[in-house]
Design a protein around this ligand. Structure first.
Ligand SMILES: Nc1nc2c(ncn2[C@@H]2O[C@H](COP(=O)(O)OP(=O)(O)O)[C@@H](O)[C@H]2O)c(=O)[nH]1
Ligand SMILES: [Mg+2]
Length: 112
């Protein structure tokens, strides 16, 4: 059972896919040894609605959460992913950027 949480930014705020990071992650969580026996869970929704917090509580991941003392702001950019700690079979959580972040501007909002 994987006890360490490995995480990476799979896609950055500009849409760039992190190929090297994914290769490292796959090795670290021994994904190739799992065959088809793994699960992927994703979360999407408005910015600052508690997505990262919920994932961290459910799966013991280490996604960055908004610091409420700094006000409502964008903390998750692009897509982050991490292995869930203490869950069999291997479960991978994906933490998505908020769908309505003002930092993205109007164009991004129109896609949703
Ligand atoms: N009161 C309350 N605050 C929460 C709850 N879940 C998350 N928060 C707070 O809401 C803020 C945004 O949470 P975050 O997980 O970063 O939101 P995200 O942008 O959707 O990932 C943080 O300051 C959290 O501490 C909750 O159930 N109740
Ligand atoms: Mg978040």
């Amino acid at each position: 059972m994987e006890e360490l949480c490995h995480s990476l930014q799979l896609i950055d705020g500009n849409g760039k896919f992190n190929v090297a990071g994914l290769e490292e992650f796959v090795k670290a969580v021994k994904l190739t040894q799992c065959g088809l026996s793994y699960t992927v869970v994703g979360i999407m929704g408005p910015q600052s609605s508690g997505k990262s917090t919920l994932l961290n509580h459910l799966f013991h991941t280490n996604f960055r959460e908004m610091d409420a003392y700094k006000g409502r702001s964008q903390t998750t950019k692009g897509i982050w992913m991490a292995n869930c700690v203490g869950i069999e079979p291997l479960t991978i959580a994906m933490d998505l950027e908020g769908t309505d972040g003002r930092e993205r501007g109007e164009c991004f909002q129109k896609q949703f």
